[in-house]
Design a protein around this ligand. Structure first.
Ligand code: RFL
Ligand code: PHB
Length: 389
């Protein structure tokens, strides 16, 4: 097989890049090691920045998001019983859209079906060859068939556990990492959300987040120990713990019900530099991870896709390489700002096992500052709605 761009990974980064390239007549093949049902079964992000929704529009996949997504002009922050609202719209002129990653991915797959784009699922043993040459190729297996794709460029969109990042020789890349001493236990339930906007709650018992997918589908998270397993938490224990971490006024409104999904995610900040090696370009979780506080993971994947799309469009139209040559630096400049914001917001809202009395006072002082200073709220809101590309 031959294509212009071999895309490793059929998650949101790979699919979005594929749709954007198709608008310019650039051919790609997408490979994923999982089945489509498996990819669509993952419950992940819920908050989309404007840059992301603009890209969906550019790719021609925004119709359902515009019909079914919810525009949120603000969010609530609470610290114990103290709660205040950050008004994104008033502070920045922009809002965010609540629309699940699962739905974005479904829309992207359906759009790919409409253009009859080639997507190969259940691809095993994917290996990227000669990425530092002008003629890279990818080999893989489907069942007992061995296959090979010749291409001009490889886009590594295969997430944190993929093969793309480690294709770059160890002495040509550097990793920066911070692992947090807790995880998030997430529950999805067919219940009305406790509040019409998201609630980020810090309490003596740890962090909690009240989010949603629609008017009758709620997504809640609580900070948990890394040693916890989802099956250790009964639904009743989860709801009880959540109620203890959010303000009493919110807890009184909480409608509980059976969980339809329950999972634990560890929290990590991670960046691998550079994001390019020869003709291999990393996008999204393949190159960087943020803790989910602040909802930056999927959104940062989208800004990578934007920069790479610009570079590849120029490359395939003119043969010029200035765009692809500056890809890594441009993407990383924005990635590090998202890393900083997610690290700051995570550090502010969680209880850390080794937190001293001084550390706690610092959190309280920072919350008091955020609550009472419009300039601090504006800085927070600018980051939350998404820094410009
Ligand atoms: P993905 O989604 O991991 O997709 C990678 C794809 O690559 C495939 N793959 C391979 N294919 C071929 N060969 C291999 N060797 C392969 N190895 C892997 C995988 O099967 C998969 O289909 O990466 P991508 O596309 O870069 O997208 C990144 C986002 O998924 C991620 O950043 C977000 O989900 C993070 N995130 C959030 N981001 C936000 O912007 N807003 C949020 O509100 C938000 N909430 C979250 C989140 C992540 C969470 N978890 C579970 C980590 C909430 C949670 C709980
Ligand atoms: C979600 O709805 O899954 C979600 C929302 C906001 C976050 C993280 C996750 O910061």
């Amino acid at each position: 097989m031959r294509t212009q761009v071999a895309i490793i990974g059929g998650g949101p980064s790979g699919l979005l890049l594929g749709q954007l390239l198709a608008t310019r007549g650039i051919d790609c093949i997408i490979l994923d090691r999982q089945s489509r049902d498996h990819v669509l079964g993952r419950i992940r992000a819920g908050v989309l920045e404007r840059g992301f929704t603009d890209l969906l529009e550019e790719a021609g996949v925004a119709d359902r998001m515009k019909r079914e997504g919810f525009v949120h002009d603000g969010a609530l922050i609470s610290y114990g019983e103290e709660a205040f609202r950050i008004d994104f719209k008033a502070l920045t002129g922009h809002a965010v859209t609540v629309y699940g990653q699962t739905e974005v991915t479904r829309d992207l797959y359906e759009a790919r079906d409409r253009i009859a784009g080639q997507t190969i699922h259940d691809a095993e043993d994917v290996v990227i060859h000669d990425a530092d040459s002008n003629a890279p190729f990818v080999t893989f297996k489907v069942g007992d068939q061995s296959l090979r794709i010749e291409c001009d460029v490889v886009a590594g969109c295969d997430g944190f556990h993929g093969v793309s990042r480690t294709t770059i020789p160890a002495d040509r890349r550097q990793a920066f990492e911070k692992v947090y001493p807790f995880g998030w236990l997430g529950v999805l339930s067919r219940t009305p959300p406790v509040n019409h906007e998201l609630v980020y709650a810090s309490s003596d018992r740890g962090f909690a987040l009240c989010s949603m997918r629609n008017t009758n589908l709620s997504r809640y998270y609580i900070q948990c120990d890394l040693s916890d397993r989802p099956e250790d938490w009964t639904d009743a224990a989860f709801w009880q713990e959540l109620k203890r971490r959010i303000p009493a006024a919110q807890a009184a409104n909480l409608v509980t019900g059976p969980s339809i999904e329950k999972s634990i995610a560890p929290l990590r900040s991670f960046v691998s530099e550079p994001m390019r090696w020869g003709r291999l370009f990393l996008c999204g979780d393949a190159a960087h991870i943020v803790p989910p506080t602040g909802a930056k993971g999927l959104n940062t994947a989208a800004s990578d896709v934007h920069y790479l799309f610009e570079g590849l469009t120029q490359f395939f139209a003119t043969g010029q390489t200035t765009g692809i040559d500056s890809y890594s630096a441009r993407a990383l400049a924005r990635v590090w700002k998202a890393e900083r914001f997610s690290w700051w917001f995570s550090s502010l809202m969680h209880r850390f096992p080794d937190q001293s009395a001084f550390d706690l006072r610092m959190q309280q002082a920072e919350i008091a500052f955020l609550r009472s200073h419009e300039s601090a709220q504006r800085a927070m809101a600018e980051n939350y709605v998404g820094l410009p590309y």
